[in-house]
Design a protein around this ligand. Structure first.
Ligand SMILES: Nc1ncnc2c1ncn2[C@@H]1O[C@H](COP(=O)(O)OP(=O)(O)OP(=O)(O)O)[C@@H](O)[C@H]1O
Ligand SMILES: [Mg+2]
Length: 494
């Protein structure tokens, strides 16, 4: 993770002529390369960067005629040793035959010399003719340590001293945590933005930073950073999932790691609509006090934000940089099985393959909660033992669970549950899902409000009986789901 400083240092010292850096953080990379140049060559080092608008520039002064990339290459080939070149915007021109040839010439000219040509591009676009000459290095988003450095550097640019001194060490730690998953420039801007017009800071700044992060991550198009207050005890029933989550909670501590416990990988929650699958996914994050990021697999294929592979890889990088965190993939079947794409070489199947490998090999503490309704669309590889820690099956709530669900939804709307005959309500609502029980409570409230009286059992029963439950309209689907799950999944309820 983080900026691969040591790796690059080794490549530079080993005189690798051309290094392709995959990153969309030009400023951060340029700064870091400059630092590397100083560390490796000291006073004797030179650094040039090239872009389509500025040409080849060294500390602000431009090389004559270097707007033309061919001239820029000629200059690089003739230049003295201990020099690094950083070429931006290259993915636009890299497939031109003349450019490919020139790169090969540069490669030959730089060999066995202390000269390095870096290419930076947000996407890896390398003609196969150059595969032998070019070394590719992926630049990850800043890790915690680098995020801290960027945060501190940004604070140093703030002139208001009383503001800077009002940061306690604990508050700084929390800020750094809140900023994980962002690019360097995003960190800097977010910090500056929340400090505008302030004279001192307190804990509320964390909220503001997280709000900034929600907006920034949304721009990715595929990820959503979700703020939620759903608690485990806001879920009626599903005792087995709750127990499981409570036992695993402790696995995040350093003590657990020393004890030899693995970080939990994730759970798949499948089952009937409206019974609390999405609710559980959100509650994991509050119960474990980890940030929640939702991945919209469907958006990955949209093509708006790049090719599906690029978009997916980029999303995963953001998720990893935000670790420890919960990654929520809702209705995973919709994202990995695409109508009309059955071949093994479709983007969907490639991404699915990449996803499985990532799940298996990921080093960062990212806990996945995936939900699914249509299990017949799920490929068997996903369900194989060892992918998820557990597969849970959520079915219609039992009588006892319906009681709890009534209690939760009455309470959340300011009604005292003990005023109601919850036993009889639960008894009379067999076949209703959690979401249908919620609808009954809402319906009953409307009714009593329009009749200008307090809500009572009768209105609740009437509202409930006017619902045509899914368990009737989808009877067959539900029983086939239950048969499927019987020996393949854990019951979510006790
Ligand atoms: N077990 C439950 N306890 C409390 N409320 C519930 C429960 N199940 C469902 N609800 C209510 O119904 C709403 C919808 O539930 P949720 O979104 O979790 O269903 P889901 O299983 O994800 O359904 P879908 O498959 O349609 O996405 C919740 O926001 C909540 O208000
Ligand atoms: Mg859902």
């Amino acid at each position: 993770m983080a900026f691969p400083k040591e790796n690059l240092k080794t490549l530079i010292k080993a005189q690798y002529p051309i290094i392709y850096l995959v990153s969309w953080e030009e400023d951060r990379v340029e700064k870091s390369l400059n630092t590397l140049k100083d560390e490796i060559y000291g006073e004797d080092g030179n650094f040039y960067s090239w872009s389509t608008t500025k040409g080849l520039v060294n500390s602000g002064s431009k090389v004559d005629g270097s707007d033309d990339i061919m001239k820029a290459f000629d200059f690089a080939i003739d230049s003295s040793e201990n020099t690094m070149f950083l070429i931006k915007d290259f993915h636009y021109i890299i497939s031109e035959p003349k450019v490919i040839r020139k790169l090969k010439d540069t490669y030959a000219a730089f060999r066995n010399l202390n000269k390095t040509l870096f290419i930076i591009s947000p996407t890896l676009k390398l003609p196969y003719e150059l595969e032998k000459e070019v070394n590719v290095v992926d630049i990850d988003l800043p890790d915690a340590e680098e995020t801290r450095d960027i945060f501190e550097d940004t604070l140093r640019t703030i002139v208001n001293e009383s503001l800077v001194y009002s940061f306690t060490p604990e508050l700084k730690d929390d800020c750094v945590n809140a900023l994980l998953g962002l690019a360097a420039i995003e960190i800097e801007l977010a910090v500056k933005r929340v400090l505008v017009n302030k004279n001192t800071v307190d804990n509320s700044i964390i909220e503001e930073l997280l709000e900034e992060k929600v907006q920034i991550i949304r721009k990715s198009g595929t990820l959503e950073f979700i703020r939620t207050d759903v608690q485990l005890d806001g879920i009626g029933g599903l005792g087995n999932i709750k127990d499981w989550l409570n036992t695993r909670h402790l696995a995040f501590s350093n003590e657990a790691k020393e004890f030899g416990l693995d970080f939990p990988k994730g759970i798949l929650i499948m089952g009937i609509s409206g019974c609390g699958k999405s609710l559980c996914s959100k509650a994991v994050s509050t119960a474990w006090n980890l940030p929640l990021i939702r991945l919209e697999l469907n958006q990955v294929y949209g093509g708006v934000y790049g090719t599906p592979e690029e978009v997916f890889r980029r999303s995963i990088k953001t998720v990893e940089a935000s670790a420890p965190c919960v990654l929520w993939i809702d209705e995973i079947e919709a994202g990995i099985t695409r109508a009309g794409e059955k071949t093994s070489d479709s983007p969907a199947s490639r991404i699915f393959g990449y996803f499985l490998t990532w799940m298996q090999e990921k080093q960062q503490p990212v806990f996945i909660t995936a939900t699914a309704n249509q299990i017949d669309l799920l490929p068997p590889e996903l369900l194989r033992k060892g992918r998820f820690d557990e597969i849970f099956f959520v079915t219609l709530p039992s009588r006892e669970e319906r009681k709890e669900i009534f209690r939760i939804h009455l309470l959340s709307r300011g009604k005292d549950p003990d005023v109601f005959d919850l036993d009889s309500l639960a008894k009379n609502t067999e076949g209703l899902s959690g979401s249908e029980i919620e609808q009954a409570v809402i319906g009953g409230l409307f009714e009593s409000f329009s009749n200008n009286k307090e809500l009572d059992d009768r209105e609740l029963i009437i509202a409930a009986s006017s619902i045509v439950p899914l368990s009737i309209t989808m009877r067959e689907e539900i029983s086939s789901l239950e048969r499927w799950a019987a020996d393949r999944a854990q019951k979510a309820s006790r």
